[in-house]
Every structure is written in structure tokens, then in C-alpha cells.
Design a protein around this ligand. Structure first.
Ligand code: ADE
Length: 246
């Protein structure tokens, strides 16, 4: 997948795109990151990229010209799916990430200041937010989207299906994990994980996922596919809570 990133801070991306799984995928040719400095496209004498808002108000607005010139140079035929990272966008969720992972080209526009001239945003295909909070710019959100989407592209993770088997993909949060040693600072790994009974291990993991979800994100349980055993386990948690002997 080719990913073009339009930003006034291209240096911010070096570590994230060059290291770990994303860096490896880029070196393997699975991901092709192309950074573009919007400032380079400014026709303004001082290479400005922002100006005061029409109608008044605090802060500056990113000008349409440098962004539109950059879009024209990078994606003149509009072959990429163009995404503006904005707090007002549609919230990034696992389903959106999976759908985006099937695209051949993404183009991400990182906003700054108080906003982006609407005439530049009219050239985009969609607007994406990473959550209900406002960050200082769209660079971190773009990195989050790239990381999240890339994990669904075959070859990016070590094993092809590992992104499929995680928190949110099945609507539940993940169960706790342990590695050696079996005892650390007096704390034991749960016995069930040591005895090699795979059916028991699967049940325990499912129960721990249910418990974690109930505690941290109970609203996810309403949409999760739960069978009789799941429901019985959740009921046992309820009963334990109201157990007068506890
Ligand atoms: N830019 C600033 N805050 C943002 C957010 N929450 N999501 C996407 N882009 C942003």
C-alpha cells in the first residue's frame, strides 16, 4: 500500500514509520510511505501555510492553496483515498481500519492551527478522528491510523492472522498474558495455563476476556456474540458481586 502524508511537520514521522513493524514492512516493500511538506507548495513569499480566519476569531487557518497544490502534485488523478485527520471526522474503529487496509493508496492530510480552509477539505474523500479529544495537530492521529490500518495488511505482522485475534476485532477486550518465569516476585502464573489442557485454557481466556470487558467497557458486551457459557460466566460475576458472604 502506498501512503502519502501531507504535513507541515514531516520530521515527526521518522521514528514511527522507520522503526519496528512499520519500518520492517516499508523495507520489505509492503508499505510505501511518502512524506510531503505542505510548506514546499506555498506560493507565498514567506512560504506561509496559514492565515487569519475570515469572520474573525482566535487562531489561524491552514490556507487552501498550499494544500491544493500539494494534492495536485501528489495525487493529480485522484487515485488515492484522501483522508483528512480532523477532530470532527468519523471515529476510527477496527471495522474502518480493516476496510481501509484493502485500499491500494491512502493519502492523509494532517491539519494544524485552528482548522483547514474548507475549500481544501472539499478535495478530500473522508474525514477521520481518532477520538473525542483535540490534539495539537493531525500528525499523531495520522500515525495512529497508519499503524492501525497496516496491521491488517498481509505480511505486516509476523503471523497473518494475529490482528484478527485481538481486542475489539471480536468485540471483547483481551485476556491477560504471561510468559516465563512461572513465578515472579512471589506471583504465580494461573495454574490453568501451565497444565496443557487446551480446552480449559481457551475457556479461561474467554472468561477473562468477558471479565475484562465487563469491567472496562461493559457497553461492548451488548454487541458481542455471547453463547450460553459466556452468559453463565457473566452471571456468575454478577452473583459474586452481590454475594453477602464476600
Ligand atoms: N486533529 C486534532 N485532534 C484530532 C483528533 N482527535 N483526531 C484526528 N485529527 C485530529
Amino acid at each position: 500500500m502506498r501512503i502519502d502524508i501531507l504535513t507541515i511537520f514531516p520530521e515527526m514521522f521518522a521514528g514511527v514509520l522507520g522503526e519496528s513493524m512499520l519500518g520492517r514492512a516499508a523495507r520489505a516493500g509492503i508499505l510505501d510511505f511518502r512524506l510531503h511538506n505542505i510548506r514546499d507548495y506555498s506560493e507565498n513569499k514567506h512560504h506561509n501555510t496559514d492565515d487569519y480566519p475570515f469572520g474573525g476569531g482566535v487562531g489561524m487557518v491552514m490556507m487552501a492553496q498550499p494544500i491544493c497544490s500539494c494534492l495536485q502534485a501528489v495525487d493529480g488523478d485522484h487515485e488515492a483515498l484522501r483522508i483528512a485527520m480532523l477532530p470532527r471526522g468519523k471515529t476510527l474503529r477496527v471495522g474502518m481500519a480493516q476496510a481501509l487496509s484493502g485500499q491500494e493508496r491512502l493519502l492523509l492530510l494532517c491539519g494544524h492551527y485552528e482548522g483547514i480552509d474548507e475549500r481544501a477539505l472539499e478535495q478530500m474523500d473522508m474525514e477521520v478522528s481518532i477520538g473525542d479529544y483535540v490534539l495539537t495537530g493531525g500528525e499523531l492521529p495520522a500515525m495512529v491510523l497508519i499503524d492501525c490500518v497496516s496491521r491488517f495488511i498481509p505480511g505486516v505482522l509476523g503471523s497473518a492472522d494475529s490482528a484478527e485475534d485481538e481486542s475489539f476485532t471480536h468485540g471483547l477486550l483481551e485476556y491477560p498474558q504471561y510468559t516465563r518465569p512461572a513465578e515472579f516476585c512471589g506471583k504465580q502464573v494461573p495454574e490453568v495455563l501451565l497444565n496443557g489442557n487446551h480446552a480449559h485454557i481457551a475457556r479461561w481466556r474467554r472468561d477473562m476476556s468477558l471479565k475484562a470487558t465487563k469491567e472496562a467497557r461493559p457497553e461492548l458486551l451488548a454487541a458481542a456474540a455471547l453463547d450460553k457459557k459466556d452468559k453463565a460466566f457473566l452471571q456468575s460475576l454478577e452473583n459474586a458481586q452481590i454475594d453477602p458472604n464476600k
